[in-house]
Ligand binder design. Structure first.
Ligand code: ATP
Length: 311
């Protein structure tokens, strides 16, 4: 009873990383963007974003993956919070504290995840109750991966990745994520993809029947065989060592392996939890990658884990 009247203190939101189970890339449009057909899958590597009222706007980043993350207005979480404030006519500044565990510039959309988390956190702190469709609209303005990180689970996406559609997907999947040293710039990977394609005609992107059937079946082996990424050749061209990482994971028993998004993280699918553990140990011992993480998917999208209702 008292909570509804209590002054706001802080709100913490947990948000997952994503991998792309399938990424089909079309030819660049006149505005430079590539039309996509993709299947997003949220996995259980999480960042946490906490917001509280402050005298002025501020942002801090801590946690195991904080290196190289901007602490100024270019941080996607700050951009998201400011956009929501603007659209809702809010003038009260907040401090945004990000605890990062999602690898940076790894093709796992960590920045977009923080933006989605900041939207959910600020919406709650300011007591806005923004309708979902409006929150998704603001999310898409921040970046094309942000709406999916609000939703989580497994979803199909088109456009630039911001137009989401549900997909019938069964099962829980066990992933081993091989994180390479140094990131890959997303625009550089798209440019390399165009360069490698040259003048070849590129069909309009569409989901493949193999992926849809695999997701419906819930069979990890079918999913492992259906994993596909049009950016993989470009990521390997820019970082040739990725080919060795993929070979190593498959040799150590992965039932599928794919560069996640624009890379360089490689997502390996394991048959079950025990196989994932074995695979993670072998990959770590091989010394081919900087870091090895285990995760399951699908995971929930950005959600409040602690906080108050502001009004
Ligand atoms: P995507 O898969 O969406 O292409 P990514 O996972 O490859 O993205 P991010 O971790 O989102 O890459 O970060 C890419 C760049 O964005 C970073 O190098 C950093 O300069 C900037 N950035 C801005 N905000 C954030 C944030 N909250 N967390 C991480 N990086 C951020």
């Amino acid at each position: 009873m008292t909570s509804a009247m209590a002054p706001p203190s802080s709100v913490t939101v947990r948000v997952p990383a994503k991998i792309n189970l399938e990424l089909v890339v079309g030819a660049p449009r006149p505005d430079g963007y590539h039309p996509l057909s993709t299947v997003f899958h949220a996995v259980s590597l999480h960042d946490e974003v906490t917001v509280w009222p402050a005298d002025e706007w501020g942002l801090t980043v801590t946690g195991p993956q904080s290196l190289g993350v901007p602490e100024d207005g270019t941080n996607l979480a700050a951009r998201a919070a400011l956009l929501l404030a603007e659209s809702a006519g809010i003038t009260e500044p907040v401090h945004i504290a990000i605890r990062k565990d999602i690898p940076v510039a790894g093709g796992m959309a960590g920045g977009s995840a923080d933006a989605a988390a900041a939207l959910v956190a600020c919406d709650q702190l300011w007591g806005l109750g923004t309708p979902r469709v409006e929150l998704e609209h603001v999310a898409a303005e921040v970046g094309s991966d942000v709406p999916f990180l609000l939703t989580g689970g497994t979803a199909m996406a088109s456009g630039r990745g911001e137009v989401l559609a549900p997909v019938l997907a069964r099962g829980t999947y066990h992933w081993v994520l091989a994180v390479s040293e140094g990131g890959l710039s997303t625009p550089a990977v798209y440019a390399e993809c165009d360069r490698l394609r040259g003048d070849r005609p590129v069909p309009d992107p569409a989901p493949t029947p193999e992926m849809m059937t695999a997701l419906r079946s819930g069979d990890p082996r079918a999913l492992g065989a259906a994993l596909a990424n049009d950016l993989q050749a470009a990521a390997i061209s820019l970082m040739p060592a990725l080919a060795d990482v993929i070979d190593a994971g498959l040799e150590f028993g992965a039932i599928g392996g794919i560069v996640s998004g624009s890379g360089p993280t490689v997502a390996f699918l394991a048959e079950d939890n025990e196989s994932a553990l074995d695979l993670a140990v072998s990959l770590t011992a091989s010394g081919t990658v900087q870091d090895v993480r285990r995760a399951t998917g699908p995971a929930h999208g950005a959600h409040v884990v602690s906080g108050v209702r502001a009004r």
